[in-house]
Design a protein around this ligand. Structure first.
Ligand SMILES: *Cc1c(COP(=O)(O)O)cnc(C)c1O
Length: 372
């Protein structure tokens, strides 16, 4: 393993840990963060783990004006026997670089990023909650920091990783959600930034979400931005349907985000010999399947909830109730298996689970400042 020089400055002012029974998503953060700077000409430099703290930026920093920023989301899990696991973290840093390419942000060293994350996790290891369904949510992100109002790629960036203990997404058990099919707004268009994980996709999706919530729906189902006809995603998750025994999910088309949960579900289904296809799916086809009584299950996939079953779709004033509003059998099996692989209670035939421990993390770093 390469010996990355990551300087570590430990916090002398440790925060109290929150009660793991009352964790709100993304509200509390651990004692440390990772940060690294980019300067045109020099490249990425000064990777360091420092006490969690505010960052100071010039008001003209480009990120505030033109949104040149990307992010990732993944989780660390603490197993019953005290092991720390990450789930396919290499995919997240690889995707971060894909997003970087789309947003004209310089590529990061994926291996360094993973190494930095492992070291950060070991420093804040006692922040990982252990109760069933809980985890440590990890948010790597990059912002453009050049103080300049010109519209051009920034010459300076910061790559930061922060971490937040999160509670079980399904404290009261898994309840299928109601989804409104969005007919006015779109999330992304082919050729746009839909396949990059960038803040702008989220800010532009807030309006539809707000409108849907007002009429009692928890999320929207996004249709394509060209014809307003083909199913793309649900909220900020990928979407799957089980129709007449076959699982279908929209093929990656340039405006859909390539979810790591999505990919894992596809691989799992293939492993189980359950027919699964990636293709274009129109909302009319979903409606017809519903009318024919063969729309058996529907669910969204993403890191935060892993799987979110859909109990109802509102489409042109008609309520399409899926599986009597209950979680489907296959949906439940996928949820149990994937979460079991992630938290170490189920076998991992795919090698997706990565243990984080001092033995597989370069610790021979700067002046021995790291204390495990
Ligand atoms: C992050 C994200 C997903 C889910 O990706 P995972 O890797 O499974 O967490 C799906 N859609 C959008 C728009 C996203 O931003």
């Amino acid at each position: 393993m390469k010996n990355y020089q990551i300087e570590t400055i430990l916090s002398t002012n440790r925060k109290p840990k929150p009660d793991s029974a009352h964790l709100e998503f993304g509200r509390t953060f651990t004692d440390h963060m990772f940060i690294m700077d980019y300067t045109e000409g020099t490249g990425w430099h000064d990777p360091r783990i420092i006490p969690y703290q505010p960052i100071s930026l010039d008001p003209s920093s480009m990120v505030f004006h033109y949104g040149q920023t990307v992010f990732e989301g993944l989780k660390a899990y603490l197993s019953e026997d005290g092991k720390v696991f990450l789930f396919r973290p290499d995919r997240n840093f690889n995707r971060l670089n894909h997003s970087n390419a789309r947003l004209c942000i310089p590529q990061i060293d994926e291996e360094l990023a993973l190494e930095a994350l492992k070291q950060l996790i070991l420093v804040d290891r006692d922040w990982i909650p252990q109760a069933e369904g809980t985890s440590l949510y990890i948010r790597p992100f990059i912002i453009s920091t050049e103080p300049h109002l010109g519209v051009a790629p920034s010459e300076n960036y910061q790559f930061i990783i922060i971490m937040s203990p999160v509670g079980s997404y399904y404290k009261e058990g898994i309840h299928p959600v109601k989804i409104a099919v969005e007919q006015q707004y779109v999330r992304a268009v082919a050729g746009g930034t839909g396949e990059a994980k960038t803040g702008g996709n989220y800010s532009s999706s807030l309006k539809a979400q707000e409108v849907a919530e007002k009429v009692g729906y928890s999320q929207v189902l996004w249709l394509d931005g060209r014809e307003n006809k083909y199913v793309e995603e649900v909220g900020s998750m990928n979407i799957f349907f089980k129709i007449n025994g076959q699982v279908v999910t929209p093929a990656l088309n340039g405006s859909i985000l390539a979810g790591i949960t999505r990919d894992s579900i596809i691989q799992l289904l293939k492993h189980w010999n359950v027919p699964v296809v990636e293709r274009r799916i129109s909302i009319d086809e979903i409606y017809q399947a519903y009318k024919d009584g063969v729309l058996e299950e529907a669910f969204g996939t993403g890191t935060a909830a892993v799987i979110s079953p859909i109990g109802e779709l509102l489409w042109k004033y008609e309520k399409l109730v899926v599986n009597s509003g209950e979680i489907g059998k296959l949906t439940q099996e996928l949820y149990d298996t994937l979460t079991g692989i992630q938290n170490g209670t189920k076998p991992d035939p795919f090698g997706w689970r990565i243990e984080v421990n001092p033995e597989n993390t370069a610790k021979d770093m700067h002046s021995g400042s790291l204390i495990y």
